[in-house]
Design a protein around this ligand. Structure first.
Ligand code: SF4
Ligand code: SF4
Ligand code: FES
Length: 350
């Protein structure tokens, strides 16, 4: 901490909690903490624990963005406490993708700290990481012998392996994952990034087998491509990019007998043919007749709101349709190598 004469102070608003009688009871508690340009969230929490309230509970180990244990929700986003500076949170820092406290919290001099999401809280900022680890452990963690092993390893093909190998298992992507909120059984971004590490490895002998498993329920097709995991990851792993590539590789391998792959293929065909989507037929082709009947309730709700999709999109002239068709023709003649094509980025990529 800086000398007293140079210190500014901020309010650390911590969401604390404990399980009592099997029920989690949470409350916020404010602490006035000193900080300077170098103070991180972890420094501030350590100061509170040492100087004000020794019962404040959080995880940390390396203090150097290596162990992944200090991930928590800071001003609404999952971040590593030891990597996140108080000054950046208060004032904002565009180069680190951090908005100011005024924009995120609504108060200028406040830092809000909460436990990670999508995992049960054990005490204060400590969550039960078992479900997250179990999902990561479900991915076979070694290169397997098998018929698809490639003879040559190129620098380009191995760059994919390196990118996803930077994961430190902090769970920030898992905590900010929007698909996980709706479906807690979704395997999640970190596990899928790990899976891509092996599928993209030229030495892996069972790529198709892995892709088949990943294409099942709760796998690659359950991701909503919101991009939150790319923003959250402190190590640049970009799990959503790995997921998009796994999907493309699964379709290339002919693993298409599932709703996700059918939806992606119909989507592509509609755009390549009409330049717009034919939503009623897309549902029919994706879900089949029985599945579409199950969606009638949703369709009626949409109709009540006046949102009835046009089943005849070809009635509308789409500007630039010839250019769109030309792009698809070119891709047919010269397909991209999914593994080594330029990185996708942001929501909607792929
Ligand atoms: S892109 Fe997919 S995996 Fe990543 S946070 Fe969004 S839903 Fe989760
Ligand atoms: S992919 Fe990134 S955010 Fe997710 S667990 Fe690994 S390091 Fe953390
Ligand atoms: S304490 Fe290890 S990553 Fe923050």
């Amino acid at each position: 901490m800086p000398p007293k004469s140079q210190q500014k102070t901020t309010t650390l608003r911590v969401l604390r909690g404990a399980v009592t009688g099997g029920k989690l009871v949470q409350r916020t508690q404010d602490f006035e903490v000193p900080y300077d340009a170098t103070t991180t969230v972890l420094h501030a929490l350590e100061w509170v624990k040492g100087e004000v309230d020794g019962s404040l509970t959080f995880r940390r180990s390396c203090r150097a963005s290596i162990c992944g244990s200090c991930a928590m929700v800071v001003n609404g986003r999952s971040r590593l406490a030891c990597k996140t500076k108080i000054a950046d949170l208060l004032e904002g820092n565009a180069s680190k993708n951090i908005a100011s406290a005024e924009e995120t919290v609504g108060e200028a001099n406040v830092v809000e700290i909460a436990p990670q999401r999508n995992q049960p809280v054990l005490k204060d900022l400590v969550v039960d990481i078992k479900p997250f680890y179990e999902k990561v452990k479900a991915i076979v963690p070694y290169v397997q012998e098998g018929p698809e092993k490639e003879e040559h390893v190129t620098k380009d093909s191995f760059s994919q392996v390196i990118m996803v190998s930077n994961c430190i298992m902090c769970g920030a992507c898992y905590s900010d994952c929007t698909a996980m909120v709706e479906n807690p059984d979704f395997i999640g971004p970190a596990a899928l990034a790990k899976a891509y590490r092996f599928v993209s490895d030229p030495r892996e002998g069972n790529k198709t087998e892995r892709l088949k498993e990943l294409s099942e329920k709760n796998g690659v097709w359950d991701c909503t491509r919101c991009g939150m995991c790319i923003d959250a990851c402190p190590k640049g792993v970009a799990p959503m990019e790995a997921i998009v590539k796994l999907r493309s590789l699964a379709i290339e391998a002919g693993i298409t007998d599932n709703k996700g792959a059918r939806h992606a293929m119909v989507f592509k065909d509609d755009i390549a043919t009409w330049g717009v989507l034919n939503e009623p037929f897309m549902m029919l082709k994706t879900l089949g007749v029985a599945g579409s009947i199950g969606q009638l309730g949703n369709a009626l709700n949409l109709a009540k709101k006046g949102k009835i999709p046009n089943p005849f999109p070809f009635e509308h002239k789409v500007e630039g349709l010839n250019e769109v068709k030309a792009i698809y023709e070119e891709l047919k003649k010269n397909p991209l190598d999914v593994r080594t094509k330029a990185a996708d980025s942001g929501p909607g990529a792929g």
